[in-house]
Design a protein around this ligand. Sequence first.
Ligand SMILES: O=C(O)CCC(=O)C(=O)O
Ligand SMILES: [Fe+2]
Length: 355
Amino acid sequence: MSATVSSSSTINLLPKETMTTAAASSAAIPTSTRNFTCIDLSDFDNRRDKIVADLMQASTGDGFFYVINHGIPIEDIRSMFQASVDFFALPDDIKRKYPMDISRNAGWEKLAQIRPSTGVADLKESAQFSFHGIEDLWPTEQDAPDFRTRSEKFMVQCHEVSVKLLTCLALGLGFQEDFFTRCHDITQPDILNTLRCLHYHDITGQTFPNCYWRAGAHTDFDTLTLLFQRPGENGLEVCPGREASTEFGHGDIWAPVNPKEGEIVCNLGDMIMRWSDDKFKSNFHRVRAPRVGEYQGPRYSIAYFNQANRSAIIQGRDRYPEPITAGEFLLRAVERNYNALKALKESQTKEEEKA
Ligand SMILES: O=C(O)CCC(=O)C(=O)O
Ligand SMILES: [Fe+2]
């Protein structure tokens, strides 16, 4: 893609891609409001039945919900955001020392993630970290003081919230209560849980063709995502996804997801959708590129992805009885994305030839 990035945090994109019909239609769709279930984790041990019931309602419907009284102090969330802001403020030459390594799903990348729903790279940079095997991908103390310490503390805090939610989700599906927590064991070297810091650049005064998104429509490959965002830096939208008229979520009704500060936005991913034989919905979501007249300053968000241990078996009970490992599941998901992207590029080439 033809992107030039200025030295400041403002990003200048000089797009020449032709907008595809599919991407254009997704941009034109009006949004609606949708009330998402709020899961209250306070007094967890005594309120478990109620939490399970609330989670079942949210998981079989929107696939998105807010979590409150989760136990992560607001100061720690702010501190993690500050660590992320400081990291992304470093010159690219420093961040490039920690490049994205696809095989480990960790590291830094910029204007690189291309979604099959758009065919062009998301307007963002991101840095991902996992629990094991990424010594060389953690920014050093010299480059980013305290970044690793704060991130690792935050990952453990996210894990603790996840354990509560995964326990209730297992109970709701009729599994043993530790069914999912055993499959997301952060002490194991093959755990795939990831912390992803995201920075959507300041695009003040800029207009982009409709095929450009801060994050193009997608579902998450994982089991459960915890997402943190800051007040005023909105843009996340969800569509009913699996009721969607097309596979990549085009042409449907999108609803904004604007939590209050400190609330965690959670969504279910493709792994648990399979485990639940499609009872739980892994729904499409995206982050809109704000238009001139709206707040177009930077957006920072932080996602914690619960992805099953590579060796865990993801098997349904009726619709998906084939036992496959999480490793194999991810390979298939990546392959599906690759093929969809290839098909999109081919159809774009044909359109260009016709024109
Ligand atoms: O930044 C956001 O709000 C969403 C990020 C997201 O959906 C993802 O990274 O999978
Ligand atoms: Fe996502």
